[in-house]
Design a protein around this ligand. Structure first.
Ligand code: SF4
Length: 227
């Protein structure tokens, strides 16, 4: 039977998107603050519990965040914000995710993204999103026995996720509901929540605040039976 370790071992060797392979490897060390650091520069596996009841679907690794550290949402301002929220809701053992091996654990929660390689300007193309879709599908398939709730951060993740759920047999309504912050959709045994992405732009403009995101995660954690 396929395991998360099997999946991750295959994923980190993926080179299916030439533009993203070139970018993820080419940006290594180009930011002065991280010059001299060894970058992960490969596809980024999911992070968290292998029997998660709650999944968080983001967008893609950032060039100097997860593409540098090798751990989902780790090493950039979006991740700093997200881990503060996870800690406040009681889903993370600490409010800071520093690096692989720092001892941080997530309770009943797994972080994934629909595109696993860092894209230029954080914008994957539709073709890259579709090419990467099977990795998300495979990860959700492994989580399926325990998965009860998903928080989707932003419209990109929402549009990427719903076809995966449909293809896997979850009864997603037709036409597919549009993304909105605060949206909640029940698809069979799975509750799906929309939440604005915790990007620096959204945070700096006040479009998204920590209480807003804590509220969304509290609802999702409750639906998952985690709180
Ligand atoms: S984005 Fe996904 S499909 Fe494309 S190279 Fe990376 S892991 Fe492979």
């Amino acid at each position: 039977m396929r395991t998360f370790a099997d999946l991750d071992a295959e994923l980190v060797r993926c080179r299916a998107c030439p533009r993203l392979v070139e970018w993820r490897e080419g940006v290594a060390g180009t930011k002065a603050a991280f010059a001299g650091q060894e970058y992960w520069a490969r596809p980024v596996p999911g992070f968290g519990a292998e029997d998660a009841a709650l999944a968080v679907v983001g967008l893609a690794p950032s060039a100097h965040g997860a593409n540098r550290t090798g751990r989902m949402f780790t090493g950039d301002p979006s991740g700093d914000f997200l881990f503060r929220v996870l800690y406040e809701v009681g889903l993370a053992s600490r409010p800071v995710s520093a690096a692989i091996g720092d001892g941080l654990t997530l309770r009943g929660t797994r972080l994934v993204s629909p595109v696993r390689c860092a894209p230029p300007e954080n914008r994957p193309t539709p073709a890259e999103r579709d090419t990467c879709r099977h990795w998300l599908a495979d990860e959700l398939d492994l989580l399926r026995p325990t998965l009860r709730s998903i928080v989707v951060l932003g419209a990109f993740g929402w549009q990427a996720l719903l076809p995966v759920l449909s293809a896997a047999g979850w009864p997603v309504p037709k036409p597919r509901p549009a993304f909105a912050h605060g949206a909640r959709m029940q698809v069979g045994d799975l509750a799906v929540f929309g939440c604005y992405h915790v990007s620096p732009r959204n945070v700096q403009t006040g479009r998204v605040t920590q209480p807003m995101v804590v509220s969304a995660f509290t609802a999702a954690a409750s639906a998952a039976g985690l709180i």
